[in-house]
Design a protein around this ligand. Structure first.
Ligand SMILES: Cc1cc2nc3c(=O)[nH]c(=O)nc-3n(C[C@H](O)[C@H](O)[C@H](O)COP(=O)(O)OP(=O)(O)OC[C@H]3O[C@@H](n4cnc5c(N)ncnc54)[C@H](O)[C@@H]3O)c2cc1C
Length: 292
């Protein structure tokens, strides 16, 4: 009974944390979108529809319904904007981030603020602790599986097809991981979620399935030139790990670490929120000077 109660309290705590991360992250992206930096950072506004032919729950999202400027039920006419027997739908307006623009932009800002970038594979935290850092932020994504021996971290393979289709101005999400997402440079057609697959090669069968599902929703995409195909491994974890740890290293020293990994398929959406939380943890850790 007590155990059940503890689990319930912990679930409520995690839900509240997730809500905070998503809220903080959305405001971060939206502030950039409103600023003159938006095109350099690769952030813009995007509207679209999420449809389902099976369940009204799929088109609802308690975390973002009251956060986004627009999130409402789609009308009957709107359910027919795409091919398919759509029974349920929502219309939303949100922010889109083009990572190929945002990552160089963020790196430039980091360096301008005095940060230094070193590229190095880290096999163990001892590799970097020689440099006497006050605290390490561990943002290694799926790499934390080995680095932290974290069995909870599992790859969730995804594949996308990038096409040139400047006539597509709205995003569409359909059943079974199907999505059509106009971005800065191309329209992204997706997708798939393959649990525990480490396959980084483009799979022609996944490409065929993605195209068939997306063309089924928007037949005009059949005329779109394929720009490239890409595969990635989402760092899936039941709960994102954002917490501190004080490690005792092989050389006998201690090292303060703040972990921030396991964002799964929501790392772009939520990372400014989890990063803000990780920084707060680090500040508290340094202020308390804990050696526990
Ligand atoms: C097909 C696909 C579609 C997606 N769509 C979305 C979406 O629409 N919205 C969304 O929010 N998210 C989406 N995601 C998920 C998003 O890409 C991830 O959540 C995000 O990239 C995770 O970021 P991260 O920085 O934690 O990890 P990563 O991006 O994996 O970065 C980790 C970094 O750490 C480095 N590293 C790892 N191990 C070590 C080591 N031992 N030593 C040194 N360096 C190391 C890696 O080289 C890498 O640079 C999608 C992912 C895929 C694959």
């Amino acid at each position: 009974m007590l155990l059940l109660l503890c689990e319930k309290i912990s679930a409520i705590f995690i839900m509240a944390l997730c809500r905070q991360w998503i809220t903080d992250a959305f405001h971060y992206w939206d502030d950039i979108r409103r600023s003159k930096e938006a095109p350099l950072a690769g952030v813009c506004q995007l509207s679209g529809y999420i449809y389902s032919s099976t369940s009204p729950k799929i088109v609802r999202n308690a975390f973002i319904e009251n956060l986004l400027p627009v999130y409402r039920q789609a009308t009957e006419e709107e359910l027919r904007l795409c091919q398919g027997a759509w029974k349920y739908g929502s219309f939303f307006t949100t922010c889109l981030t083009e990572c190929r623009l945002f990552l160089p932009y963020a790196t430039k800002k980091f360096i301008a603020a005095g940060g230094q970038v070193t590229r190095q594979h880290v096999s163990s935290f001892s590799d970097v602790s020689e440099q006497n850092f006050d605290v390490l932020f561990n943002c290694t994504g799926l790499g934390a599986k080995e680095l932290c021996d974290d069995a909870q971290l599992v790859p969730m393979r995804g594949q996308v097809v990038k096409v040139r289709a400047p006539w597509v101005k709205l995003a569409f999400y359909g059943d079974y991981d199907t999505y059509i997402l106009p971005g800065f440079e191309a329209v992204t057609l997706g997708g798939c979620r393959q649990y525990d697959s480490f396959n980084l090669n483009v799979c022609k069968y996944d490409s065929m399935a993605i195209k068939e599902r997306c063309y089924g929703m928007l037949p005009s995409l059949k005329h779109a030139e394929v720009v490239r195909e890409a595969v990635g491994l989402r760092p899936h974890r039941a709960v994102v790990r954002v917490e501190s740890e004080i490690l005792r290293l092989a050389n006998g020293r201690t090292q303060k670490v703040v972990h921030n990994y396991g964002h799964g398929g929501y790392g772009v959406t939520t990372s400014p929120g989890t990063a803000k939380y990780a920084v707060k943890i680090a500040r508290d850790l340094l202020a308390s000077n804990s050696k526990l």
